[in-house]
Design a protein around this ligand. Structure first.
Ligand code: IGP
Length: 272
C-alpha cells in the first residue's frame, strides 16, 4: 500500500490529524536536510514535503524563495536529492525512515528531467507522492497516468479562488490527499488565518472522500489547534524554513535540535 494512503487510513481510524513539515532540500546542505527529516519524524511529524529548489518560485513567498536560492547557490542537484531520500529509506545514518515523503517541485523541473525519469527516480528513492503546484488540472492527465502506474500519488492544490466546478475536477483527479491552500497568495507565515476555512473545506468534503490537508500561513501551535478539527492534515513551511537561516552559531547540531523542538511543539498541538 502506498505510504500516504496507509498513513491516512490509520489516522482516520484513530480520529487523528497529520502534521506535514516542509523542508527545502539542500538548505543549508543535503546532510542537514536528511538529519532534519529524521528529526522531524522523531518529533511527531507524520509526513514530509521535500521542496526541490527552483530559481523561478511559483507561489513561494520570500522565505522559501531565499531558502531555494541558498540551496541553488551551493549547487544543489536533483540526483543527489533523490540519493539522500533513498539513503534515509535504506537506513543509512540511523533506522530506516518509513514515513511518507512527497516532493514539491515545479512542473518545469519534471519536464527538464523527463517525466518518466523523474518518476522512476523518485519511486526508486522511496518517494510516495508529488506536489506540482503549477500543473493545471487540464494538463494533469498524462502525468497522473504515469504517476498511477508507479503507485505514486499526485497531490493537487485547491485555493479559495478556485471556482467550484474546477475544484470538483481537481478533487476527481487528485490522489493521496488534497492540498487546500488556506489563503490566496503566496506562502508565508501569517498571524491570522481566514475564518471561513471550515465552510470551504466542508464544501470540498461533500465532493470527495480524499483526505484534505491545509497549508499556507500555518506557523504557530494555536493555528494547529484551531484548524485540526476541520483538516486531515496541516502543512507548515515558512515557519520552519525561516529557522534554517537563523544562524545561531551553534552549527548543524544546534539547527537540527532547534527545528526539531519547534516541530515537536507543533505536533504537541495536535489533538491526541
Ligand atoms: O510556507 P507556508 O505558508 O507554511 O505554506 C506551506 C508551503 O510553504 C509549502 O507547502 C510550499 C512551498 N512552496 C510551495 C509552492 C506552492 C505551494 C506550496 C508550497
Amino acid at each position: 500500500m502506498n505510504r500516504i494512503d496507509a498513513l491516512f487510513a490509520r489516522l482516520r481510524s484513530e480520529d487523528r490529524r497529520a502534521l506535514m513539515p516542509f523542508l527545502t532540500a539542500g538548505d543549508p546542505d543535503l546532510e542537514t536536510t536528511s538529519a532534519l527529516i529524521r528529526e522531524a519524524f522523531r518529533r511527531g511529524a507524520h509526513m514530509i514535503e521535500v521542496g526541490i529548489p527552483y530559481s523561478d518560485p511559483i507561489a513561494d513567498g520570500p522565505v522559501i524563495a531565499a531558502s531555494y536560492q541558498r540551496a541553488l547557490d551551493r549547487g544543489i542537484r536533483l540526483g543527489p536529492i533523490f540519493d539522500a531520500i533513498g539513503s534515509l529509506r535504506g537506513g543509512e545514518g540511523g533506522p530506516a525512515v518509513d514515513g511518507p515523503m512527497v516532493t514539491m517541485s515545479s512542473y518545469a523541473i519534471i519536464l527538464r528531467r523527463g517525466p518518466r525519469r523523474y518518476l522512476d527516480e523518485a519511486k526508486a528513492a522511496g518517494v510516495d507522492g508529488l506536489i506540482v503546484p503549477d500543473l493545471p488540472v487540464e494538463e494533469a492527465g498524462p502525468l497522473a497516468e504515469l504517476v498511477a502506474e508507479r503507485d505514486l500519488r499526485l497531490i493537487q492544490l485547491i485555493t479559495p479562488r478556485t471556482p467550484r466546478d474546477r475544484a470538483a475536477a481537481i478533487a476527481r483527479t487528485t490522489t493521496g490527499f488534497i492540498y487546500y491552500v488556506s489563503v490566496a497568495g503566496i506562502t508565508g507565515e501569517r498571524t491570522e488565518l481566514p475564518t471561513d476555512l471550515a465552510d470551504a473545506v466542508g464544501w470540498l468534503r461533500s465532493q470527495t472522500d480524499l483526505p484534505i490537508c491545509i497549508g499556507f500561513g500555518i506557523s504557530r501551535p494555536e493555528h494547529i489547534r484551531a484548524l485540526a478539527p476541520v483538516a486531515d492534515g496541516l502543512i507548515v513551511g515558512s515557519a520552519i524554513v525561516r529557522r534554517l537561516d537563523d544562524g545561531d552559531g551553534q552549527g548543524r547540531e544546534g539547527l537540527v535540535d532547534r527545528i526539531g523542538a519547534f516541530i515537536g511543539e507543533l505536533a504537541g498541538a495536535l489533538p491526541s
